[in-house]
Design a protein around this ligand. Structure first.
Ligand code: AP5
Ligand code: MG
Length: 190
């Protein structure tokens, strides 16, 4: 199996590149942000609780997203592999993911981290916020909070995957196709 953690701060291009990678490598895309937004759209109790945190740019509790990923892994037993987008975001999530994959006899193949500077992240997110309908895309303070959460709780996972020799950094500026080409080069050399 090919199991990729597509990593990086809010707005770095995880969703955009995931869409292209799943097509080329025939993988299943698992985005906890997308799953949470579909819970919100369906008005579930989980969605209502998650929305309060997401609208402030704060991470939802680990157990919530770990449960979601576990269910999705079970629902896709015959997959060729997975792209994890926006998950794991904490040490606890990374450890849980390793355990879930181990139970299934597989593991993370690599973490690909998209490196984009802060001003460009804010520019991209505010631009998308004009018509995304995402409340967390429209307010610079909330975007700043999302980046803070990333720096404090998520960026340390770089060391977690480095210690497993799975970390790869990719410059996330340039055109979408250029970045896609760089990601494919790394994957093809794994
Ligand atoms: P989530 O939905 O994961 O959002 P995010 O990580 O903040 O990142 P985005 O989805 O905004 O950005 P992206 O990297 O996917 O970039 P994209 O391709 O869209 O999480 C939202 C919230 O849910 C969190 O704040 C948290 O509350 C909660 N949550 C989710 N997962 C969680 C977890 N595991 N644990 C706890 N809480 C969790 O690109 C951004 C924009 O830029 C787009 O408009 C795109 O068209 C554009 N763009 C892309 N590439 C380029 C390029 N090369 N040049 C110019 N523009 C570009
Ligand atoms: Mg995304």
């Amino acid at each position: 199996m090919l199991n990729i953690v597509l990593f990086g701060p809010p707005g770095c291009g995880k969703g955009t590149q995931s869409a292209k990678l799943i097509e080329k490598y025939n993988l299943v895309h698992l985005s906890t942000g997308d799953i949470l937004r579909s819970e919100i759209a369906n008005g579930t109790a989980l969605g209502i609780e998650a929305k309060k945190l997401m609208d402030q740019g704060i991470l939802v509790p680990d157990q919530v997203v770990i449960g979601m990923i576990s269910a999705k892994l079970d629902a896709n037993k015959n997959a060729n592999g997975f792209i994890f987008d926006g998950f794991p975001r904490t040490q606890a999530q990374a450890a849980a993911l390793d355990n879930l994959l181990k139970e299934k006899g597989t593991a993370i193949t690599a973490m690909l981290s998209l490196d984009v500077e802060y001003d460009e992240l804010v520019r991209r997110i505010l631009h998308r916020g004009k018509d995304s309908g995402r409340p967390d895309d429209q307010n610079p303070t909330v975007i700043g909070k999302r980046v803070d959460e990333y720096n404090k709780k998520t960026a340390p996972l770089i060391d977690y995957y480095k210690s497993q020799n799975k970390f790869h950094s990719i410059k996330g500026n340039g055109t979408i196709d250029e970045i896609f080409g760089k990601l494919c080069e790394v994957i093809d050399n794994l």
